[in-house]
Design a protein around this ligand. Structure first.
Ligand code: ADP
Ligand code: ZN
Ligand code: MG
Length: 476
């Protein structure tokens, strides 16, 4: 029997606000332990939370970007559980009336568009962090992260393969970065993903029993963990055994998932409305203000790039993968209005250099002005294609302007006919037997002559001019 996977993701995303969600403490990452704390986020008795308006606006941006309906009335709820990194003994989250529901995102897989439903997006506070000592049987608690704002984005069980799950997750990361609401770094924990997965016979409408996978801090791990889980669950089902509903932990070193605990149910958390926060009302005016502040989103930008610049959809997709890359392209094209050429040079040369250094476009030492200048020199024949590649690489390594580099090193290609004429003459005189061959009809020795002239001019001759001169002078 053939089985298919049914996958739904729960993604937590840390919002990059200045302050925490319910107090004025800094939400910045990386401070020394327990320095960003106050009575509110330490859960002291008698204190009251105050909602951070920026958190709501950031969450609304995401909700709008994934086509959700925003609830005009929101409620916060207490979610109870005990853990040393949770000082209040409950997390303030949203339960019955979340910020937003019923959205979707499209992902592209094998040239087809798949629409993944978004069940809900809600706001909540993060917990602190436990640090386990490597040398003593002791753990430490850092509460800097307690109260840092999160949104949780819950997908419908619409995902059908590990690859699709990774694409969906990448799309979420692309969006939060475009919106400027999170850095979306999975390895630093600003984007965290729990993956729910079950198997069912192909053609079956009902869902099977799922397991929930945790502890995957990269796209690759999400994909690997799901692949492993598909094998594990399928083997159980083929054996006539049952999949147990449980939470499992991905072990990246062993490449397996291991059982962590039985799945908790909503009633285990004893959710109830947060009595210290009034219901949150989102007016139409507020919503429209936030909508008006949204940047152009990746899908729209991609389509516009293909249309406006006449570049292939594939190029448009690569160039709009981040807002910064898209801006870089547009700035370069503004100065050097040949979109396909600019696109080629960014995609082939620049992205290769950046990838090798694990750098993003925002850290690229060559500016869009620099790239445009380089392409102008290439177009006007000041430098050859080969030279352009070398100059770009040198400009990148030394963080210099390509035009300045060419000037400083006297690299410009020689197109001056009188200089080239001399070089061609010299080469013709030095190779009488080759000249004879040429004149006898063996025109393929032309390449030999071109090579000799290039050698003579130390690679600086404009090959097109050399070709023309050779043909002319060899004929006479
Ligand atoms: P729970 O009640 O166990 O928390 P939810 O219905 O809230 O489950 O769903 C949590 C996540 O699990 C969602 O992303 C949802 O799409 C996904 N999910 C729900 N049922 C299944 C299933 N049978 N197989 C795979 N994923 C599922
Ligand atoms: Zn605080
Ligand atoms: Mg649930």
């Amino acid at each position: 029997m053939d089985y298919e996977a049914v996958i739904g993701l729960e993604v937590h995303c840390q919002l990059q606000t200045f302050t925490k969600i319910f107090c004025g403490c800094s939400a910045q990452f990386g401070a020394s332990p327990n320095t960003h704390v106050c009575p509110v986020c330490l859960g002291m008795p008698g204190v009251l939370p105050v909602l951070n308006r920026q958190v709501v606006e950031y969450a609304m941006r995401m909700a709008l970007a994934v086509n959700c309906t925003i609830n005009p009335m929101n409620r916060f709820a207490r979610k109870h559980y005990f853990y040393p990194d949770l000082p209040k003994g409950y997390q303030i989250s949203q339960y019955e009336l979340p910020l937003a529901e019923h959205g979707w995102v499209d992902v592209e897989i094998d040239g087809k568009t798949r629409r993944i439903g978004i069940t809900r997006i809600h706001m909540e506070e993060d917990a602190g962090k436990l640090i386990h000592s490597a040398t003593q049987p002791t753990s430490f608690v850092d509460l800097n992260r307690a109260g840092v704002p999160l949104i949780e984005i819950v997908s419908e069980p619409d995902i059908r393969s590990p690859e699709e799950a990774a694409l969906y997750l990448k799309k979420i990361r692309e969006l939060v970065r475009y919106l400027g609401i999170s850095d979306g770094n999975m390895d630093e924990g600003s984007l965290r993903c729990d993956a729910n997965i079950s198997m069912r016979p192909v053609g079956e409408q009902r869902f099977g029993v799922k397991s929930e996978l945790k502890n995957m801090n990269s796209f690759r791990h999400v994909q690997k963990a799901l692949e492993y889980e598909i094998r594990r669950q399928t083997a159980l089902l083929l054996d006539g055994k049952d999949v147990v509903q449980e939470t499992r932990l991905w072990d990246p070193a062993k490449g397996v998932t291991i059982s962590m605990r039985g799945k908790e149910e909503a009633h285990d958390y004893r959710y109830f409305p947060e009595p210290d926060l009034p219901p949150l009302q989102i007016t139409v005016e507020w919503l429209e203000d936030v909508r008006a502040s949204l940047p152009e989103l990746p899908d729209v930008k991609k389509e516009r790039f293909a249309q406006q610049y006449g570049i292939p959809v594939y190029d448009a997709g690569v160039l709009t993968a981040s807002r910064e890359l898209a801006d870089y392209f547009e700035e370069a094209v503004r100065i050097f209005p040949q979109p396909k050429t600019v696109s080629n040079w960014i995609m082939v040369e620049l992205l290769r250099l950046l990838k090798a250094d694990d750098r993003e476009i925002q850290d690229c030492p060559v500016t869009p002005q620099g790239l445009a200048g380089l392409l102008k020199m290439l177009e006007t024949g000041v430098i050859s294609g080969k030279m352009a590649k070398d100059v770009l690489e040198q400009a990148y390594r030394e963080a210099k302007d390509p035009v300045e580099l060419v000037k400083a090193q006297g690299l410009s290609q020689v197109t001056d006919e009188s200089i080239l004429r001399d070089a061609v003459k010299k080469v013709i005189q030095a190779n009488p037997s080759e000249v004879e061959k040429y004149r006898a009809g063996k025109t393929n020795v032309l390449a030999f002559f071109v090579g000799q002239v290039m050698k003579e001019t130390r690679g600086k001759a404009n090959p097109k001019t050399v070709n023309e001169l050779l043909r002319e002078m060899l004929a006479s």
